[in-house]
Design a protein around this ligand. Structure first.
Ligand code: BGC
Length: 410
């Protein structure tokens, strides 16, 4: 008995008890909170209590602005949620801890997808911990409404428009939309892929090649976006993506287009997926897998040392935790060696599509959701597209001219 107690005390002493670790993030929806709870409980098992600094606003634009302001004031959080090229930018500033020890223990060079390595590793080694791989070009379909309207799942945009018209005539919301710049720009990305194909999308919106911007494919995508804007009218000005998802779940909306954080929210609301709400590639996806990835950076400060960062990173890199977190979040794991048993069929589909897309060069990063261009250009492009979507007086010429001048300045 005595020996067991002693062993227990020794085991607890081997992990030091960290002071509260502050985590800045933008996970505030129902599904995101549930996933966050998995994370919090897991860290607690490692004697690491978490303090949250949630910044409202999916897509993370506001959170990134707050992070910059706090860094300038010398008051960084310990951990921050982050995406894409910003990781390298923060590493250049020189205020992030490396997590090479964790990477070595977890054999990340072998176990992560090459794309994951590319995003999270710099010349200094691993400077961010990857956590989710989200698919963004999903179409979520309310099956009972589809049946009621005697429609089948649209595969092309003309079919999609016909279905949306029919839903509107039946007084239903044709497409549930988050009325925010990044949500509307994400929709635009799917239209660009549909009209131009994957290579075209990459040149126009990832590389911002000027001769690909003022083109018929982009003009058609803009016209379709205007058509959607006229069709859906403003549902609820400024509504968040998760309010839109709620309308889908409550049989008020026929479709929603967007990332699989929507799946996380549906599952958290006990909606049966794919039975009640199905997941399908966005119309005319050309087998593209449009992705973004959430990572964490660990910020160097006197009260958050390299050793503490490594301790937290070790806990978060745990495979069982990463599986459970992604399962709840709606995303798929960032590494190759996680068994997907028990994951939702839409996640298994996402994983299969990802593997196929990477083989064929069809996995492409989302510009809109922080995976391609620098954050200033990204926000400027998103807001141009949003302005066009909202204001009928803004012309195609005007938007394209402005995107070209943003491209020139990058
Ligand atoms: C993040 C997701 C998040 C979504 C909506 C995206 O930028 O990658 O993790 O769920 O925004 O908040």
């Amino acid at each position: 008995m005595r020996e067991t107690t002693l062993a227990f005390i020794l085991a607890s002493l081997s992990t030091s008890c960290l002071a509260d670790v502050e985590f800045l993030h933008w996970w505030t929806s129902k599904g995101e909170s549930k996933a966050l709870n998995v994370l919090e409980q897991h860290l607690l098992e490692h004697n690491i209590p978490l303090t949250h600094s949630p910044i409202l606003g999916g897509g993370g634009d506001s959170a990134m602005t707050v992070l910059q302001a706090r860094a300038l004031a010398g008051n960084t959080p310990d951990i921050a949620q982050i995406e894409g090229p910003s990781i390298k930018a923060w590493d250049d500033v020189g205020i992030v801890h490396t997590i090479n020890q964790t990477a070595l223990e977890q054999n990340w060079d072998q176990n992560l997808y090459p794309l994951t390595i590319d995003i999270n590793k710099t010349d200094n080694g691993y400077v961010a911990l990857p956590i989710t791989l989200h698919r963004l070009n999903w179409m979520w379909v309310n099956h009972s409404l589809l049946e009621k309207l005697e429609l089948s799942v649209p595969k092309t945009w003309p079919e999609m428009f016909q279905a949306m018209e029919k839903a509107k005539q039946a007084d239903l919301i044709p497409l549930a939309i988050g009325e925010q710049a990044w949500q509307v720009a994400l929709l635009f990305e799917s239209l660009v892929i549909a009209n131009g194909g994957v290579d075209f999308y990459y040149k126009a919106l990832v590389e911002l090649q000027r001769d690909h911007i003022d083109t018929e494919q982009m003009r058609l995508a803009l016209r379709q976006l205007r058509q959607i804007s006229n069709l859906v009218a403003t549902q609820h000005p400024n509504q968040n993506w998760d309010t839109a998802t709620q309308a889908l779940a409550e049989n008020k909306a026929l479709f929603q287009l967007g990332g699989d954080w929507i799946l996380g929210d549906l599952l958290a609301s006990d909606v049966k997926v794919p039975e009640q709400i199905g997941c399908y590639s966005a119309p005319q996806s050309h087998n593209a897998f449009l992705y973004n990835m959430d990572s964490f950076i660990f910020m160097a400060a006197s009260d958050f040392t390299q050793q503490q960062a490594t301790e937290v990173a070790n806990a978060l890199a745990d495979k069982t935790f990463q599986a459970k977190f992604n399962q709840t979040k709606g995303s798929i794991p960032v590494r190759t060696d996680i068994d997907l048993t028990g994951f939702n069929p839409c996640q298994i589909q996402s994983h299969d599509d990802f593997i196929q897309a990477t083989k064929n060069g069809l996995a492409v990063p989302s510009m809109t959701d922080s995976m391609a261009v620098n954050p200033v250009a990204q926000q400027a492009i998103n807001s141009e597209i949003f302005r066009y979507y909202r204001s009928p007086e803004v012309t195609e010429d005007e938007v394209l001219k402005r995107i070209i001048s943003i491209a020139k300045s990058t």
